[in-house]
Design a protein around this ligand. Structure first.
Ligand SMILES: Nc1ncnc2c1ncn2[C@@H]1O[C@H](COP(=O)(O)OP(=O)(O)O)[C@@H](O)[C@H]1O
Ligand SMILES: [Mg+2]
Length: 483
């Protein structure tokens, strides 16, 4: 289901979801941190405000000469009871309610007198007992009448720093002002998230649609190509990103397919033409024979010989065509590591038979190794020698030599025959191409020899090229990576 949705839409959704989740987490973090900060500073403010008042009443006034002697000598607990009310009143303000508790948690005094002063929060045993046990930092948040209050507890010590505790001062203040600030912040953050969501959605859709627009064009082009229009190209030269690369790769692939199709078509047309020529000749001879030439033994022998020659050539052509299809697939070739020296030495004995008197010379002695299929490599040498024999006079010289060139082995097969016309040179490896068709045909040539050579060499991982100077020499150079 998810995979049926367009990439454009999927990317936008993922991108927006991610954006909103991250932003929400970030906003929540900010919100919680601000809230804690505001509460902490309020607690600090309450303590700071209370400290001088408590010190004044608890310690300074007691030492003061103006306080009467009797009061000065009372025990501390009694003293606290006496001053509790005044202390509570001094600690109370418009936003702070104060309570003074004794060391049992009983309320000694509450500071609220005026109507506009807030009412104190009832003391909570769990907290004031902590404060009574000496903890200076007790504060908590509590709810009263649907309103949140911050409560701060300050232990009252007999003397500054003493561990004897007389009671506790409880200060409480409403959190409404802080809640107000936080509510405003919440609105700003949520508003921000919504704006980012909308802007992100629009931007995301825009970015994905502009960057993926060409994919839709590609689909259209692919369909046109599938309908048979191999001339179509996607062609996105202005894009150098992944989509541009995909388009390039696709265009290259189509170009290669078109080349293969064209080659295939040319090949079939040439093959048909090559088959037709001998078949027409045979048909002609048969017609003459049927018209009564069999009564003339001489003519009938000539015609039969001619037909035999053509049939032989047809058979050879069929064999070569079969060879070609067989070697087209490099995976099917069994290759092994062999020494050129041994390979060529083996071949020379055999080449002497087909050379018909031409001199064959081996000009190298270095022992280099190739990774090829020995049988098909011998066929390459055979086809090249066959050509050299056909294009040299009786006293021709055919030379083999090889050398290391970088990481490659270059093998040269040279003859001093008629050479190849510069016009023919670029085409000689094409199937059925012959420099001089009638001469080639006379020798039983099919124009497939060099095609087979090139196919074998390439299937074995090598390359072949030809250089020639007419009436001087022809050199075929085969290059293989050294093994
Ligand atoms: N050693 C050579 N000297 C001169 N021409 C050559 C040589 N080898 C090949 N050629 C040219 O290349 C053409 C193609 O060769 P090939 O494919 O073997 O076909 P074929 O030998 O059947 O004519 C030949 O017709 C000839 O014109
Ligand atoms: Mg040939």
């Amino acid at each position: 289901m998810w995979k049926n949705i367009s990439i454009r839409f999927r990317l936008s959704i993922l991108y927006i979801l991610l954006l909103v989740i991250l932003l929400s987490l970030f906003s929540y973090g900010i919100f919680v941190d601000t809230r804690n900060f505001l509460i902490r500073t309020t607690a600090v403010r309450l303590r700071a405000q209370a400290k001088p008042v408590i010190e004044q009443w608890l310690y300074l006034n007691k030492e003061n000469k103006s306080v009467n002697r009797e009061l000065r000598n009372t025990p501390n607990t009694v003293y606290l009871r006496k001053i509790a009310y005044s202390l509570a009143i001094d600690l109370t303000s418009r936003d702070t309610a104060a309570l003074v508790l004794d060391d049992h948690g009983t309320i000694l005094a509450a500071g609220t007198r005026l109507k506009e002063e807030p009412l104190p929060v009832p003391p909570d045993r769990t907290y004031y007992s902590k404060s009574l046990s000496g903890n200076n930092d007790v504060s908590y948040i509590t709810m009263r009448d649907n309103e949140l209050f911050l409560v701060v507890l300050i232990p009252l010590r007999e003397a500054p720093g003493s561990s004897a505790i007389l009671g506790v001062v409880q200060l409480s203040t409403s959190l409404i002002p802080i809640e107000g600030i936080l509510a405003r912040q919440k609105v700003i953050l949520i508003g921000g998230i919504i704006i980012v969501f909308i802007a992100g959605a629009l931007l995301g859709l825009w970015i994905t649609s502009t960057s993926l627009k060409e994919l839709s064009c590609m689909v259209v082009t692919c369909n046109q190509i599938a309908d048979g229009d191999l001339g179509k190209r996607i062609n996105l030269p202005q894009r150098r990103d992944e989509i541009g690369q995909l388009a390039d790769a696709f265009d290259n692939m189509i170009m290669r397919i078109k080349e293969l199709f064209d080659t295939q078509n040319r090949f079939v047309a040439n093959a048909a033409h090559e088959l037709r020529t001998p078949l027409t000749a045979i048909q002609g001879s048969l017609e003459v024979l049927m018209r009564g030439a069999q009564d003339d033994p001489q003519a009938s022998a000539r015609l039969t010989q001619g037909m035999y020659r053509e049939v032989t050539r047809l058979t050879r052509m069929c064999e070569q065509l079969l060879d070609l299809t067989r070697i087209k697939n490099p995976m099917d070739i069994h290759r092994e590591r062999i020494s050129i020296k041994i390979l060529i030495k083996d071949f020379i004995q055999y080449a002497g038979i087909i050379a018909e008197g031409r001199k064959i010379i081996v000009n190298s002695s270095s022992d280099l190794c190739l990774f090829v299929n020995p049988d098909s490599f011998k066929q390459v040498l055979f086809n090249l020698i066959d050509n050299a024999v056909q294009h040299t006079e009786q006293e021709g010289i055919i030379t083999f030599d090889w050398e290391l060139s970088g990481t490659n082995v270059e093998i040269h097969i040279t003859d001093n025959g008629s050479g190849i016309d510069p016009v023919d040179l670029p085409n000689i490896f094409e199937p059925f191409y012959r420099g001089d068709p009638s001469r080639s045909r006379r020798h039983g040539g099919t124009g497939l020899g060099l095609t087979i050579v090139k196919t074998i060499v390439e299937a074995n991982g090598g390359r072949i090229k030809a250089d020639s100077r007419p009436n001087e020499k022809t050199v075929f150079t085969i290059t293989f990576p050294v093994s």
